[in-house]
Design a binder for this molecule. Structure first.
Ligand code: SF4
Length: 183
C-alpha cells in the first residue's frame, strides 16, 4: 500500500486567494522540487500515511473541503488518494507550483508558479507574490483562471494595489491567516 509523506494535517481557514475564509482541512505534504529562498515550509519532517490514514485524519473535522498543499503536493498525490477523499465526501483543493502534472478530478487547482517551467495542464486560479517584477507572464499560463496577486508578507501592499488598479484582470490576495494569527 502506498505511503504518502505528510508533514502535518490541521484544520483552519483558507487564508489566501479566491477561497479566503473557507474552513478547510489542510494536508501538508513534505518535500518539494524547488528551492525558493523565501520558502517557509519545513521539508524534512514527515509521517508516512496511507490514503486510508489521511482520510481518517481528515474525517475528524466537519469541513467538506481538503486543501492538499506542501511542499509540492504533485510529487505525491495520485488517483488513489483523489478517489479515497472523494469517496469520503470531501472536495479537493490543491496548491501547486505547477511544475508537475496532477491527477484528474481535483475540484480546485491553485497554481503559484515560481518560474516558467510549467507542466500542469489546468488551473482554476493563478496566485503570484508581487515582487515588483511584471507578473504578466503568469497571467497567460491558463485560460480563464482567476488571477490573484499577493503582496510579500503585506510589505508592499500599496505597490500591489497600484499594480492591480492599472492591470485590472488581477485581484488582491492577502495572507489573512497571518493578519489574524491563525495557522
Ligand atoms: S515551490 Fe513553494 S514549497 Fe517549494 S520551495 Fe518554493 S515556496 Fe517552498
Amino acid at each position: 500500500m502506498k505511503q504518502y509523506r505528510v508533514n502535518e494535517i490541521f484544520y483552519s481557514l483558507q487564508g489566501e486567494g479566491v477561497h479566503t475564509g473557507l474552513p478547510a482541512v489542510f494536508v501538508r505534504f513534505s518535500g518539494c522540487n524547488k528551492r525558493c529562498g523565501f520558502c517557509d515550509t519545513d521539508f524534512a519532517a514527515f509521517t508516512l500515511m496511507s490514503a486510508a490514514d489521511i482520510v481518517a485524519a481528515v474525517m475528524h473535522y466537519p469541513s467538506d473541503t481538503v486543501i492538499l498543499t506542501g511542499g509540492e503536493p504533485a510529487l505525491q498525490i495520485d488517483d488513489a488518494l483523489v478517489v479515497a477523499l472523494h469517496d469520503a465526501g470531501r472536495r479537493i483543493h490543491v496548491e501547486t507550483n505547477g511544475s508537475l502534472p496532477l491527477p484528474s478530478g481535483i475540484d480546485w487547482v491553485t497554481c503559484s508558479p515560481k518560474d516558467r517551467d510549467i507542466r500542469l495542464l489546468h488551473a482554476d486560479e493563478v496566485k503570484v507574490v508581487f515582487t515588483g517584477d511584471d507578473p504578466q507572464w503568469a497571467a497567460e499560463l491558463f485560460d480563464g483562471a482567476v488571477l490573484s496577486l499577493q503582496p510579500m508578507s503585506c510589505l508592499n501592499t500599496a505597490a500591489t494595489v497600484d499594480y492591480i488598479k492599472s492591470h485590472p484582470w488581477w485581484r488582491l490576495s492577502l495572507q489573512t491567516h497571518k493578519l489574524i494569527d491563525i495557522p
